[in-house]
Design a protein around this ligand. Structure first.
Ligand SMILES: *[C@@H]1O[C@H](CO)[C@@H](O)[C@H](O)[C@H]1NC(C)=O
Ligand SMILES: *[C@@H]1O[C@H](CO)[C@@H](O)[C@H](O)[C@H]1NC(C)=O
Ligand SMILES: *[C@@H]1O[C@H](CO)[C@@H](O)[C@H](O)[C@H]1NC(C)=O
Length: 443
């Protein structure tokens, strides 16, 4: 399965957003979430951010220096209601904290400086939640928190992008050794020896079983058969014992797909087959997540915390992804300059809904789900993509600019800030959930 830069985004035939449906759906979602969150972890002002809000403490240290780890789960700190995913990018002249010279983990396709990107301003921002501070990533603190633990990424090349960002962020303290059990680059495993911390990636762009039925297909971008009710066991059979799972998917669902259920074709997305109903990419996306979460909840040996890393929008302008569209901005958007809409919004809302379903099912089994809600932050970063500066040496980029992945160093490094903050507040959050569920049992 190839994961070439920029391939994963198919935009030409997107339908206009179904506004009425969406509003109705959003309302249902709000109602639903209100019932699921007795502690009122949400801000009605910002309806999209509902289930992701939780209390965040003041920064213990926003310094970038490697200080001795002080591990705190946030308990005792004066908690202020703050949605860390709702905010703005603000200048940070001290960034970046690694370069393509100090970190060897940067994939060629995201090594934007190596291939001549002329501007560097895109590296010099940090995420500032509106109502609190998000401490910058502290590698020593992170490694202390994950000592003796293991974390796996499940997803596509954007998941790999995040893993490589994390390796670079941690590289100020330690580099991992390669502990892969296969030579297949799609299933890598890294070990931080000093901390006995294992990092793994399971590449599975569709999360469910997929077969490339035609490498060309109706739009010359390949045609995949997706077995929507059969999870991809190349990841699901191997998650036992992992403490953290970060699951994501997105851009591969924009390409032509034939959907199978019970091993029979039931419909497709843009497959040019008159005998099959067009069920839309949204159908496939939803069902794939549903199957993935069901597999996680079924897995007896898995007791970890599952993070859904929400959809990170692409930013093609002036043309479609395969027709010369490009992303040439050199500054982030302000939060008032753009808004989530169209396919991005639908993908996001589908994820939120399937997440809610998984979380409810998982609760019965004692499994925790968390939303790593990167969508809004990344929507604001049209300047952070490799564009034509992400390619292998000697490779010519003519039509396919990459406005999907993220330069390293770059805005995706903020996902480390989010992750560390969530891990720090996890202890407190778990206690509150335990209280609330015992409260429900008493009621
Ligand atoms: C890093 O980027 C510089 C340009 O800023 C380039 O000259 C150099 O070859 C790159 N090094 C690596 C190891 O990618
Ligand atoms: C390392 O961590 C694993 C769990 O991930 C644990 O089973 C093992 O005992 C640990 N090894 C050491 C030397 O602490
Ligand atoms: C967005 O907000 C900023 C600062 O609050 C303001 O200067 C700018 O004019 C606003 N832009 C738009 C498009 O409303």
């Amino acid at each position: 399965m190839k994961l070439r830069a920029g391939e994963g985004h198919q935009l030409p035939f997107g339908k206009p957003p179904k506004v009425v449906l969406l509003v109705t759906f959003s309302f249902m979602l709000l109602t639903l979430i209100a019932f699921c969150h007795p502690f009122n972890y949400w801000q009605p002002i910002n309806f999209l951010k509902t289930s992701s809000s939780y209390s965040s403490t003041q920064p213990s240290s926003s310094s970038s220096s490697v200080s001795p780890a002080s591990v705190s789960d946030g308990a005792g700190a004066e908690g202020k209601e703050c949605d860390i995913f709702w905010g703005e990018w603000v200048p940070n002249h001290r960034a970046p904290y690694y370069t393509n010279e100090t970190c060897w983990a940067i994939h060629e396709h995201q090594n934007c400086m190596k291939y001549g990107r002329p501007d560097t301003g895109f590296m010099k921002w940090r995420w500032k939640p509106f109502r609190c501070e998000l401490p910058l990533f502290n590698p020593a603190q992170f490694l202390e928190l994950v000592r003796g633990k293991s974390l796996a990424f499940v997803g596509d090349s954007v998941a790999r992008n995040q893993m490589q960002s994390l390796i670079c962020l941690l590289s100020r303290v330690e580099y991992p050794i390669d502990a892969s059990y296969t030579a297949d680059e799609h299933f890598k495993r890294w070990k931080y020896e000093t901390y006995n911390f294992t990092l793994a990636i399971f590449t599975s762009p569709h999360l469910v079983k997929a077969k490339e039925a035609d490498s060309d297909g109706p739009t010359h971008t390949g045609l995949f058969n997706l077995y929507l009710d059969e999870v991809d066991d190349r990841w699901s059979a191997h998650i036992d014992g992992f403490d953290y799972l970060i699951i994501s998917a997105g851009h591969w669902f924009f390409r032509p797909l034939v959907f199978y259920e019970n091993r029979r074709p039931v419909g497709c997305h843009f497959c040019n087959d008159q005998s099959l109903p067009d069920l839309t990419k949204f159908y496939g996306f939803r069902k794939a997540f549903r199957s993935a979460f069901a597999a996680i909840n079924r897995r007896k040996g898995y007791k970890g915390i599952t993070y859904l890393r929400t959809f990170a929008p692409a930013h093609f302008e002036g043309g479609l992804w395969n027709q010369g569209g490009n992303c040439l901005n050199t500054r982030p958007y302000r939060s008032n300059e753009t808004a989530l809409g169209g396919d991005d919004m639908e993908f996001y809302l589908i994820q939120i809904e399937e997440f809610g379903r998984a979380e409810a099912d998982g609760r019965n089994r004692g499994l925790k789900y968390r939303l790593l809600d990167t969508t809004q932050a990344m929507l604001l970063r049209p300047d952070g993509h490799p564009s034509s500066y992400g390619h292998r040496a000697g490779e010519k980029v003519v039509l396919y600019n990459d406005c999907v992945h993220w330069c390293l160093p770059g805005p995706i490094d903020a996902w480390g800030d989010f992750l560390l903050e969530m891990m720090k507040t996890e202890g407190r959050r778990s206690r509150e959930e335990k209280l609330s569920s015992s409260g429900r049992r008493l009621a």
